[in-house]
Write a protein that binds this ligand. Structure first.
Ligand SMILES: [Zn+2]
Length: 297
């Protein structure tokens, strides 16, 4: 999850140019719909991509043939759309997924799904660089409860706040070796954006392998904590490890330019867990003293 700068693409000119292009599949069906599609573009901007705001764009009455042609313009873009789609896909956010916080992208997510909103199939403000969470999310946009909606990386400034951390629970059988992990929302329930953040985490982030990634990383940390945390020589106190975790978290935040990338979610979870910190401090000391082996973990 990450806020991105809005792209500056001449969407209105692009739509008009397509409507006049006799060589594309949407010709001539698109022409009579240009006005209402431009109204939808304007509504989208007015409500800042918030699908449940008053005045949010509603589904247009576009016949199936034209709807398919518009979606096809995204899949096989005509010359007027090709350059910006390629740039957004490849360079929009190469190191962190703005939708789910994973550590890469490669495709574009339609925030308003193109199955219901074909008029936004190639509308730049509706296209966000994303990873495979794009397909896992399917067509989820809003929930049944108040405030439930997908967050929009071009508009939702709340994405600049730390919104989630991985809560790590010691299991009875294996202790911290195979802990139970959950994603906690770091906003109070009364916060005006709580329902949207919770909905986004449940319907976008948790559809991915975020917890599997964090479990795999946690095992690597348990095996070689010194690789992840810079601690003073000798016996390591919980206090020294607390500082080291804070420092490592800060570096992850800076590296990915987001407080809500998967690694920061995990490191924030470690930081919040005093028992885990104490365990790690002891483990660094034990590894130094040769009492335990990395692979024991
Ligand atoms: Zn993603």
């Amino acid at each position: 999850m990450k806020q991105l700068q809005r792209p500056t693409v001449p969407d209105v000119a692009n739509l008009r140019s397509l409507a006049r292009n006799r060589r594309v599949a949407s010709y001539p069906a698109l022409e009579p719909h240009v006005r209402e599609i431009l109204h939808s573009y304007a509504a989208y901007r007015r409500v800042n991509g918030n699908a449940i705001a008053a005045g949010a764009p509603t589904e247009l009455n576009i016949n199936n043939g034209l709807a398919d042609a518009l979606r096809q313009h995204y899949n096989t873009p005509p010359a007027v759309l090709q350059p910006f789609l390629k740039t957004m896909r490849e360079k929009g956010s190469p190191d962190v997924c703005p939708m789910c916080g994973s550590l890469g992208t490669g495709t574009l997510d339609h925030v308003f799904p193109k199955i219901d909103f074909p008029e936004f199939a190639f509308f730049s403000l509706n296209l966000v660089p994303a990873c495979l969470c794009n397909t896992k999310r399917q067509d989820n946009l809003t929930g049944a409860g108040p405030g439930q909606r997908v967050l929009h990386p071009y508009y939702d400034a709340i994405l600049n706040q730390r919104l989630a951390r991985v809560d790590i629970q010691q299991t009875q059988q294996n202790g911290f070796r195979r802990p139970t992990m959950q994603l906690a929302v770091l906003l109070p329930n009364q916060h005006p954006n709580f329902a949207a953040v919770r909905y986004h985490i449940d319907n976008v982030v948790l559809k991915t392998q975020v917890l599997e990634h964090c479990e795999a990383t946690w095992i690597k940390i348990g095996r070689r904590p010194k690789h992840y945390f810079t601690v003073p020589a000798g016996q390591v106190s919980a206090q020294a490890l607390t500082h080291a975790v804070a420092d490592a978290l800060n570096k992850k935040d800076i590296h990915y330019g987001s407080l809500n990338n998967w690694e920061s979610m995990l490191f924030a979870g470690i930081q919040a867990n005093a028992a885990l910190i104490a365990f790690l401090a002891q483990r660094v000391t034990d590894l130094r003293n040769g009492v335990v082996n990395p692979e024991d973990f």
